[in-house]
Design a protein. Structure first.
Length: 225
């Protein structure tokens, strides 16, 4: 079955060029012309989303934030320029990568391919692990349960839990976590990890379970055994 890509961009010429390119490379492609269409079409659960940031009415960052509650696929932002602050906003909203316009379409194709292969690797060899009688991580379904209740983790939050819990007791620096989760250069962007871990802890505390993620000051984080 062909992989499904959703292209979200208000530039019709660019969207059609990308559509032709990816269809030529055996992807099924759908197009959204604005943020509201993107939210609607994201409900079809594409395998990857190419999302323009600079759209009128509803920009790509806000679209990403709204769909991350129900979409777990890679989201790659398309943008004319990107500053470090913009990267932080985008990654915090749930984005996976940035593609700066103008771009090489062959490079774009290669990066899309790489993200999809990475997602496939994540789907293989997953198990359901019980850490105690009440706390369970389902790596296949990408879910965390406590006392029979599903904890509402966003996709990137789950990936941090997944990484740390897979290596209990092992120390991970912010840079290492960032590079593992986002697969991009971590310079000036690693603070987004602190924000995500803070949200994870808040959700754990609200559910009544122990924190599990321990801070090693000046070094990073580890999953308590």
């Amino acid at each position: 079955m062909n992989k499904r890509i959703l292209i979200v961009d208000d530039e019709e010429d660019l969207s059609m060029m990308l559509k032709r390119f990816f269809e030529w490379n055996h992807y099924d492609v759908s197009i959204a012309e604005n943020g509201l269409q993107a939210i609607e079409k994201a409900g079809n659960q594409p395998d990857l989303i190419l999302l323009d940031i600079n759209m009128p009415d509803l920009d790509g960052i806000e679209v990403c934030r709204r769909i991350r509650d129900f979409v777990s696929c890679p989201i790659l932002f398309l943008t004319a320029r990107v500053e470090d602050a913009d990267k932080l906003r985008g990654f915090a909203a749930g984005g996976d990568d940035y593609i700066v316009k103008p771009f090489s379409i062959d490079e774009l194709g290669a990066r899309v391919d790489a993200h999809l292969r990475r997602e496939e690797r994540r789907q293989r060899n997953r198990v359901r692990t019980k850490f105690d009688d009440n706390f369970i991580i389902d790596y296949t379904a990408k879910e965390v349960w406590f006392k029979g209740e599903l904890l509402p983790l966003l996709p990137r939050e789950f990936e941090i839990v997944e990484l740390l819990s897979s290596y209990p007791g092992q120390l991970f620096s912010k840079e290492r976590i960032f590079e593992h989760i986002w697969d991009v250069d971590s310079d000036a962007d690693v603070n987004v990890i602190m924000e995500h871990i803070s949200k994870i802890r808040s959700k754990f505390a609200k559910a009544g379970c122990k924190p599990y993620i321990r801070t090693v000051w000046g070094s990073g984080y580890k999953w308590e055994k």
